[in-house]
Ligand binder design. Structure first.
Ligand code: SF4
Ligand code: SF4
Length: 177
């Protein structure tokens, strides 16, 4: 079988024009100037990304962003949660503590008297939301939990979770249970 020997380009003799590198320098300049003009036109036509002046101007969060939790309300303002513990069982970080109490009527057996989320243990996986059979807990507040320096535990309790409602979203779920 015939073997083709390829001589590396570096071994090829260069002409005097190639040895000046002027052609390559000029070609590089043309590419750079073309990019500059394109970027200026894109900027003028608003086709480039915006620079956000964070923290004064926060970047809008995607619709699927999982932020701090909130507890949904019933129309009478009580928690939709039935203290079934499904969310606490599903939680891989083991950071939900719920204590239920009897409602005393047949329609809904239990309600939470304690609902604590240790938010610094939370990994924002959303499993609690997925596990809830009542659409009683959501993570669509768009709130990013602050860093805390005063202690190792930061509990979002039931009062906080009930009030942690974004202004543009209803605390009452549309679903009927
Ligand atoms: S988001 Fe995940 S880690 Fe956080 S409370 Fe829910 S299940 Fe637990
Ligand atoms: S939030 Fe949902 S899953 Fe968790 S205890 Fe309440 S009803 Fe059950």
């Amino acid at each position: 079988m015939a073997t083709r020997v390829v001589t590396p380009a570096l071994d090829q003799p260069r002409s005097w024009w190639e040895r000046t590198y002027l052609g390559e320098v000029f070609r590089g300049l043309v590419i750079t100037i073309a990019h500059l003009i394109k970027n200026m036109v894109d900027l003028r036509e608003n086709r480039v990304g915006i620079t956000y002046q964070w923290p004064e101007q926060p970047k809008p969060l995607p619709a699927t962003f999982r932020g701090e939790h909130r507890l949904m309300h019933r129309p009478d303002g009580t928690p939709r949660c039935v203290a079934c513990n499904c969310c606490a069982t599903a939680c891989p970080a083991n950071c939900i503590e719920i204590t239920g109490a009897d409602t005393g009527h047949d329609g809904v057996e239990k309600y939470p008297i304690r609902f604590d989320i240790d938010i610094l243990q939370c990994v924002y996986c959303g499993m609690c939301v997925e596990a809830c059979p009542c659409d009683a807990i959501r993570m669509d507040t768009g709130k990013i939990t602050d860093a805390y320096f005063e202690g190792p535990v930061k509990i979002l309790d039931i009062d906080y979770l009930m009030k942690n409602q974004p202004a543009d979203k209803s605390p009452i779920s549309e679903a009927i249970y």
